[in-house]
Design a protein around this ligand. Structure first.
Ligand code: DON
Length: 352
């Protein structure tokens, strides 16, 4: 029987949700998709951060978490990898929470660039980085993280990731040191912004903080929980704890929709149509507001730095379930209908 709507955060609720999702037909759909795209071997693992090149190119995790707390983890869904650019919307949220919208917008815009994520590019009129989803904007928002010293700032960052994931989050020190040793382009961006007063004098410390945020370890399961927290108005559906004030959720989601997939953002908005963010280690998170989030991990990337299988999975799910946020007149069965379906796996309906 379907339980009442809303997050199931108590012990019994969690158990019921596990039983429900274990028997859900959505699990079969996700397993089929995973099996189909596991055969795709296009793309290359990122190597400009040398430590990332050590990733298993065939790793493939697929997760869905719903706003009422159902969890679907397929394949390598618990495999940890560094979050990289997927940290950016969440750090943008932390900056908004600390300073408010108007102050943050004096340091970073919300306009897509159409350029690569690491472009050395500021808006000529305002000297601001274009948006918080590219490296320049992310360094500017990292600069806004409060704290008396580096360790207090790192602590604030990790607490925020912890609220979104519903568990303590740790740094991959090898990846951190590897990016720190090779991140000259990000240093150039940081110092250019210092020249224009877009970041504070503690730019070197902020760059270290940015390298730390990119090195936080998550799984596709975690990405789906983080995304479901945004889909759920800022409250983690598995813990019931608020991770971000509700008023800022729309700021994260709108910039994810317009800028989250870099110079593929327009094509993504057209084809997939849900707010999303990718990272060079091969993660993608996508959010269907009010319903659920999808997390994918597959490290082989296309030329724009997006996970090849990740894009394929999202395109397929969006088309199959009509997930595009501007969809109207969708004829098929929605994911919500499938989740509410009484026809559980292993049972046949009388008409089947
Ligand atoms: O700053 C960098 O280049 C990386 N730490 C993050 C880049 C990234 O994930 C872009 N993603 N597609």
């Amino acid at each position: 029987m379907d339980g009442p709507p809303g997050p199931k955060t108590d012990h019994l609720g969690g158990l019921l949700n596990r039983m429900k999702s274990a028997a859900s037909p959505l699990r079969d759909v996700l397993r089929d998709l995973h099996a189909t795209y596991a055969t795709v071997h296009d793309g290359t693992v990122a190597s400009y951060i040398p430590e990332l090149a050590k990733a298993n190119p065939d790793a493939f995790g697929l997760s869905v978490v719903t706003t009422d707390g159902q969890v679907f983890d397929i394949g390598d869904a618990q495999q940890l990898f560094t979050i990289q650019s997927i940290s950016k919307p969440f750090v943008f949220g932390l900056a908004l929470e600390a300073h408010g919208r108007e102050t943050v917008l004096t340091k970073v815009g919300v306009e897509p660039t159409g350029e690569a994520f690491n472009a050395i590019l500021l808006d000529e009129a305002s000297n601001r980085p274009f948006n918080p989803m590219v490296n320049a904007g992310a360094i500017a928002t990292a600069d806004l993280i409060h704290g008396r010293d580096f360790s207090e700032r790192v602590d604030r960052l990790m607490q925020m990731f912890g609220r979104f994931c519903g568990r303590p989050v740790y740094i991959d020190n090898g990846v951190f040191l590897s990016e720190r040793a090779t991140g000259h382009r990000n240093r150039a961006i940081g110092h250019l912004m210092l020249n224009f007063g877009m970041v504070s004098e503690r730019v070197e410390e902020t760059l270290e903080l940015y390298f730390q945020q990119c090195s936080a370890l998550v799984s596709s399961h975690d990405l789906a929980v983080m995304g479901a927290t945004l889909a759920n108005g800022g409250v983690n559906p598995l813990t019931g704890a608020r991770a971000i004030p509700a008023t800022y959720v729309k700021d994260l989601l709108s910039t994810m929709l317009s800028c989250g997939m870099y110079d593929y953002a327009g094509e993504w908005a057209f084809r997939v149509g849900i707010p999303a963010k990718s990272g060079v280690s091969g993660g993608v998170v996508g959010v269907v507001p009010g319903q659920m989030a999808i997390g994918v991990y597959s490290p082989r990337l296309d030329a724009k730095g997006n996970s090849v299988r990740g894009i394929k999975v999202f395109e397929a799910l969006s088309e199959r379930f009509g997930l595009h946020v501007f969809e109207s007149g969708f004829q098929g069965e929605s994911m919500r209908e499938l989740l509410l379906s009484k026809h559980q796996r292993g049972r046949t309906s009388p008409s089947a």
